[in-house]
Each structure stands twice: as structure tokens, then as C-alpha cells.
Design a protein around this ligand. Structure first.
Ligand SMILES: *Cc1c(COP(=O)(O)O)cnc(C)c1O
Length: 288
């Protein structure tokens, strides 16, 4: 369980170290991904890997391998670490050079990936979680999965300190997304979520949910909604690679619906699980 990937080399985790002049370390100058592993297989791996390349391109960072080469190495990593249920964390930085804001001319990207056992959060998915709302104070390129997460971290910390699972972010009363998830409401049998603009990270889980909605007869509107509409929603959930579809039963002091995961949310969870099993095979181990 202790092999990591450094560029194209598999090395022991204990042998790995960070150069203090790595631009990821000094500036957060890089991008990342989190990919779910179920039954030893990547779920929506291709989508995540493609998004990593897109994020890199948006910051003018060239990756020293192809999508296929990366896919192959990530599978080797999962095998070496005998991972059944968990995640791969992968990041790429603009590499090592004396500290200066402008990009180095001879920069060489530094890629790292490791695996971690992470169970499906079944109890929380069944019972629902609480959320707070917070000002979205982040920059205007939230479409990039950047290593710079201070705005997200401050919001998550605020949620955590209040005993909540997530902070739902808003810009002047318009809900954008969660600190590490996308936000969805259901009102009158229609699902609403912020359109995939520069103001949100277009989650792979989000895309999967939107793909599955027609199959269960749930209408979709990729339209933004306000805090008032959030508070008045029939159902609210957040979604991400690790949290999957996570019902929100209370926002701030306000109960959502009857303070229980709603029927549409539960239906989506079932359909999502079926989609996982279609791609990765049966989920034998529910606990890690
Ligand atoms: C990663 C992330 C998400 C969720 O994306 P997934 O691909 O579904 O994991 C949502 N919002 C932010 C800010 C994120 O960083």
C-alpha cells in the first residue's frame, strides 16, 4: 500500500520528498484530480484524466506523457497497492526553479500520484448531512482544478467548525457550488444546478448525474438558483467523487423538506450505484 508514482517512476512512499523550490509547494502552481477506485477499477477514469489535461492546458502547463500512458501507469499503481475501494490523488506542478512569479523557461512538470483506501460514505449517504452557506470569495477561474484552494479551505473549515459536512457557496445570493462539491436542488420534479461556467468546477460526478436523470424521468435545468430557492427546495444534495450523491437535510438553521433524504435523491443514488457497478463490477466490499 506504499508505492507512489513520481513522473513515470514507481517509488516507495518513504523514499519520496518535496523540493522546497517546487512551484506547487511555493505558489500552488499546478492542477490535480481525485479518481475513485471501486473493486480495483477506475470509475470515470477517462473523464478525470481528460480534465487533468484540460486544467493543465488552461494554465499553460505541458504534461510529459499522453493520456494513455498516464492511464496505464495509474492502473499499475492501483495494482501495486492492491487497492479495492479508495481513491487515486494525482497532481502536477510546474516543477522546480528559483522562486519568481513568471514561468521558468526550462521548467519541467513534476507529476505525483498516490492511492488511499476510502470507503463509500454509506451512513452519511443514507441519513443525509448538514450544510452551511458561505460567501464565494474565490477567483474567477473556478473551472480549473487548481492546487490553490485557500478560498475552498476557509469555507470548508467554517462548515467543519459548525459541525457541518459542506459549505454551499454563493456570489451575491446566487449559489455556485460547494467548497469541494457541486450543489443540486430539486423543486417540483426538476433538478437545478449551476451551469458549467468559469464560476464552478464542472464535476465528473455532476456530469454523470446529468447523464442519468433522463433515465429516471427527472427533468434537468442547468440554471443557477438563489439562496432563497435553495432554502425553499424540495430536496438538496451535493456531489463529488468521494462523497458521491450526498443528501443535504439542513442548510444553516433551515430544514430541507422533511429533514430526510428525498425520493429523487435516493433514486439518483441507486442509479448512480448501478452505473458504478456497470463500469467497475459488483461492489462486494462495502466497508474498507
Ligand atoms: C473536484 C471538485 C468538485 C467535484 O468534482 P468531481 O469531479 O465530481 O469530483 C466540485 N467542486 C470543486 C471546487 C472541486 O474541486
Amino acid at each position: 500500500m506504499n508505492t507512489i508514482l513520481l513522473n513515470d517512476q514507481f517509488i516507495d512512499r518513504e523514499q519520496s520528498s518535496v523540493n522546497i523550490e517546487d512551484r506547487g509547494y511555493q505558489f500552488g502552481d499546478g492542477v490535480y484530480e481525485v479518481i475513485r477506485i471501486y473493486s480495483g477499477k477506475m470509475f470515470t477514469g477517462k473523464e478525470h484524466i481528460t480534465r487533468l489535461f484540460e486544467s493543465a492546458e488552461k494554465i499553460q502547463l505541458t504534461l510529459p506523457f499522453t493520456e494513455d500512458e498516464l492511464t496505464e501507469n495509474l492502473y499499475k499503481l492501483v495494482e501495486k497497492n492492491k487497492l479495492d475501494t479508495g481513491i487515486i490523488y494525482l497532481q502536477v506542478t510546474r516543477g522546480v526553479s528559483p522562486r519568481q512569479h513568471q514561468f521558468p523557461l526550462d521548467g519541467k512538470a513534476v507529476f505525483t500520484a498516490y492511492t488511499k483506501e476510502v470507503a463509500r460514505p454509506e451512513a452519511q449517504m443514507n441519513e443525509g448531512v448538514t450544510a452551511i452557506v458561505a460567501d464565494d470569495v474565490r477567483w474567477l477561474r473556478c473551472d480549473i482544478k487548481s492546487l490553490n484552494l485557500l478560498g475552498n479551505l476557509l469555507a470548508k473549515q467554517e462548515a467543519f467548525s459548525q459541525g457541518s459536512f459542506e459549505a454551499i457557496l454563493h456570489r451575491d445570493g446566487t449559489v455556485t457550488e460547494g467548497s469541494s462539491s457541486n450543489v443540486f436542488i430539486i423543486k417540483n420534479n426538476t433538478l437545478y444546478t449551476h451551469p458549467a461556467t468559469n464560476l464552478i468546477l464542472n464535476g465528473i460526478t455532476r456530469r454523470e448525474i446529468l447523464r442519468l436523470c433522463p433515465g429516471i424521468g427527472l427533468e434537468v435545468k442547468e440554471e443557477s438558483f438563489t439562496l432563497d430557492e435553495l432554502y425553499e427546495a424540495d430536496e438538496v444534495f451535493v456531489a463529488s467523487t468521494t462523497a458521491e450523491i450526498m443528501p443535504v437535510i439542513k442548510v444553516g438553521a433551515k430544514a430541507v423538506g422533511s429533514s430526510k433524504p428525498g425520493e429523487w435523491s435516493k433514486k439518483l443514488q441507486e442509479t448512480f450505484k448501478a452505473s458504478i457497478q456497470e463500469q467497475c463490477g459488483e461492489l462486494v466490499r462495502s466497508e474498507v
